[in-house]
Design a protein around this ligand. Structure first.
Ligand SMILES: Nc1ncnc2c1ncn2[C@@H]1O[C@H](COP(=O)(O)OP(=O)(O)O)[C@@H](O)[C@H]1O
Ligand SMILES: [Mg+2]
Length: 456
């Protein structure tokens, strides 16, 4: 069992008992107890003067968990009790869906996928009694640097506003998929149906809808009106459907967010999601905005958009086996707080610099690994020729460039130029800086890539 799994499990038990999810300190404490750390060690690490506060938080948690599990839990038996309960869940005699807590009325074991696909003719009644979680295509999170604000935002939207469509957007590697999976792990009980799909793996809308309907009720799919059946499902049950890698719906070589011909039906589908009355939500994860993700009128269309920013906390480097913690902020700064660049560069620092971040920084250059270049190459290849001209020109400057100077350097019509800037910002590749004059800049990593790899 991983720490993430323990956190999900404890969170669900606490939520059942108290109606509240674990806060950050509680999560840290659970993690600490699981890892056998003393209260004093935790107090020091979390910035408390005395261990008393950590002890109190822990005892509160033991109390709630003891009531939920029906046995006395304390610091010394916490890990062994959970491992024993997990073993009994894994034993051949246990049924597929197990309730570990005596007082829990739902499946509190988050590691179980509830793919109960038994046929049911009386579906309207029985559908409401079942829950289905298909997270087979979602990544498993083993280490999560807490994007607390973003998790809270998602939670707030989904608990109070019932948005029908949420887009989670940002650069490749910034942590979109990880964030949404962490959110799902922590909020399983809130939804009757949770299904994770990736456009990379099953791309046509018909395939995705058929797969979802088959999973829920294989015997009653009617070939002609699958979309109606799908919206009926969204009405009858509270579903959370996640579509990852949505940028794959859009054409390369054109402005951002233009659907490929074969995926045009998604446009209509996303619009219908927001227009039709139901109690479910669709989360789109992608690197590129499209029109349907933007909310023109929040009252009319319950659409939300969460744009992920760089990470700026050294926590992200913990677990990556690096040394010289005092140099970590500089490393994070150099690689723009992008978790995937940082993971990649950390592996290089471990191999070549014995994990010494300060030694690596002495190289005094923005080194691009083959993996980083590969990712950026994929981004560059998606750009339209107009955007490519703009980024090549911008990459020649270390400072932000004003709109007038940039326009002068390029031989583009005003429409192409402005639309090109707009499209780049929809891909999170362009920074707009407000000053005396509005100016534009590329991120240093992308600039370095364009300078070294795209001058032809
Ligand atoms: N909050 C986080 N805590 C720890 N690692 C993270 C976090 N966000 C992202 N990562 C790591 O960075 C990598 C890229 O994250 P991912 O979610 O796949 O990015 P995206 O979906 O935006 O392309 C993953 O390997 C993931 O483990
Ligand atoms: Mg992703």
């Amino acid at each position: 069992m991983t720490v993430t799994e323990i956190l999900q499990w404890v969170d669900q038990l606490v939520f059942t008992q108290t109606g509240n999810h674990l806060n950050n300190l509680q999560k840290n404490v659970v993690q600490g107890i699981w890892q056998g750390r003393t209260y004093a060690e935790m107090a020091k690490e979390f910035g408390y003067d005395s261990e008393n506060h950590i002890g109190n938080v822990s005892r509160e948690l033991y109390k709630v968990l003891s009531e939920q599990l029906g046995e006395d839990l304390n610091k010394s038996n916490f890990r062994s009790t959970i491992e024993r309960l997990q073993d009994s869940f894994n034993s051949p005699n246990s049924s597929q869906v197990v309730c570990i807590g005596i007082n829990s009325s739902f499946n509190v074991c988050p590691f179980i996928q509830k793919n109960d696909s038994s046929s049911n003719k009386d579906d309207e009644i029985n559908l409401a009694e079942k829950s289905y979680h298909d997270l087979t295509l979602a990544p498993k999170i083993t280490h999560f640097y807490d994007r607390t604000l973003e998790l809270q935002t998602l939670s707030h939207w989904l608990t109070t506003q019932n948005p029908r469509l949420i887009s989670v957007l940002g650069l490749s590697g910034i942590g979109k998929t990880t964030l949404v999976k962490q959110f799902v792990d922590l909020n399983l009980p809130q939804f009757d149906v949770i299904i994770w799909k990736s456009i990379k793996l099953s791309n046509s809308l018909d395939t995705i809808i058929t797969e979802i309907l088959t999973l829920i009720n294989p015997d009653s799919i009617q070939v002609d009106n699958k979309l109606t059946q799908f919206f009926n499902l969204l009405r009858q049950q509270r579903c959370l459907i996640i579509l990852d890698d949505v940028q794959d719906l859009f054409t390369s070589g054109q402005f951002a967010g233009q659907y490929k011909t074969e995926y045009k039906d998604y446009k209509n589908f996303f619009t219908k999601m927001t227009e039709i009355e139901h109690q479910s939500s669709l989360i789109l994860i992608g690197q590129e905005q499209c029109q349907e993700m933007l909310c023109l009128d929040e009252e009319l269309y319950p659409v939300k958009c969460l744009e992920l920013e760089d990470v700026d906390n050294i926590e992200i480097l913990k677990n990556l086996k690096l040394k010289d913690e005092e140099s970590w902020p500089n490393l994070i700064n150099l690689y723009e707080g992008n978790p995937v660049y940082l993971k990649d560069i950390a592996s290089l620092i471990r191999n070549i610099f014995m994990g010494k971040v300060s030694e690596f920084l002495k190289e005094d250059c923005l080194l691009l690994t083959e993996d980083i270049k590969f990712r950026l190459n994929e981004l560059f290849d998606r750009l339209s020729p107009i955007e490519q001209q703009i980024v090549v020109e911008l990459s020649k400057f270390n400072q932000p460039v004003s709109r007038e100077d940039l326009r002068q350097a390029l031989s583009l019509s005003s429409t192409d130029f402005i639309n090109g800037l707009q499209s780049l910002s929809k891909r999170y590749l362009l920074k707009t800086i407000e000053g005396e004059k509005i100016s534009f800049n590329l991120s240093p990593v992308f600039r370095e890539y364009v300078r070294t790899c795209c001058q032809d």
